[in-house]
Design a protein around this ligand. Structure first.
Ligand code: OOG
Ligand code: MG
Length: 260
């Protein structure tokens, strides 16, 4: 018998989020927590948020690059939910003290023009359902101590979702070569990492197709207007008060995020 249930896990993860407190992995007390149950916890967590008035605005992918997989010690991509409460306006600062241990990662972001419903969605089909492409940052904040988790833990914790921001510059997908799209990440003016769009499963469209096909297994589809974060291109950097993280892309432009 596990000491946890879906309900008590949801309650504990919400308590940690609201109390800005990290804690042990759920799999410590629930060693045989499987992926299917972990996604049911994630969906139940979303239900609690939508009952509280939040609305779903899209989906995030996580662990789609080797840089992220290596750092987190988990090599399987996953998805989580984005809600309106996670949205930051371009240039809006992030109060570090309102979170547990926020980290920032640069991502290529899609806004969907058409519904995308799996199974069997290809990268080409996925890309043709995209309305616009944006440079973005995700702010992740694990509810686990030191971001120490196994795959079912991080799935249950909504893929460490916390906040995200898109640059105001919308680029039409036609003519973009997203595998070659460069990204230079810097902190307070010093370059800390570089990557191209190929870091994300060879091409960010593969991440979008993966999300559509994964959601289809749960009877869900990607809806028009949804925002899709395709996953960190580089390792994430901790956000500190007074420090500014910047990402310079090529065709997608640049954006910055400052901690306070
Ligand atoms: C899990 C979420 C990973 C990404 O872009 O790879 C993620 C984590 O690193 O805590 O959002
Ligand atoms: Mg991310």
């Amino acid at each position: 018998m596990s000491e946890w249930t879906i309900d008590t896990t949801v309650g504990e993860l919400l308590r940690r989020e609201h109390g800005r407190e990290d804690g042990a992995k759920i799999t410590e007390g629930w060693p045989d927590l499987d992926l299917g149950t972990a996604y049911r916890i994630q969906d139940a967590l979303l239900d609690r948020k939508t009952s509280g008035g939040q609305t779903v605005v899209g989906v995030k992918l996580g662990l789609t690059s080797r840089a992220k997989q290596r750092r987190m010690g988990v090599d399987v991509p996953l998805t989580g939910w984005l809600t309106d409460a996670m949205t930051l306006a371009p240039g809006e600062p992030v109060a570090v003290g309102e979170f547990i241990h926020p980290r920032v990662e640069p991502e290529i972001v899609f806004i969907m023009g058409a519904r995308l419903s799996g199974p069997g969605v290809t990268a080409e089909q996925a890309m043709s359902a995209v309305r616009s492409v944006h440079a973005g940052f995700e702010v992740i904040d694990s509810r686990y101590r030191d971001f120490d988790f196994a795959l079912p833990d991080v799935v249950a914790d909504n893929a460490s979702a916390c906040r995200f921001v898109l640059s105001g510059h919308a680029v039409p997908p036609e003519g973009l070569d997203l595998a070659e799209e460069p990204c230079r990440l810097s902190v307070d003016g010093d370059t800390v990492d570089t990557a191209t769009g190929a870091a994300v499963l060879g091409h960010p469209a593969n991440a979008l197709a993966l999300a559509a096909n994964g959601l289809a297994e749960r009877g869900l589809a990607i809806e028009p207007g949804w925002i899709i974060l395709t996953g960190g291109l580089t390792d994430a950097v901790p956000l500190h008060p007074g420090s500014t993280v910047s990402a310079a892309f090529g065709s997608l432009g640049a954006l910055s995020l400052t901690g306070t």
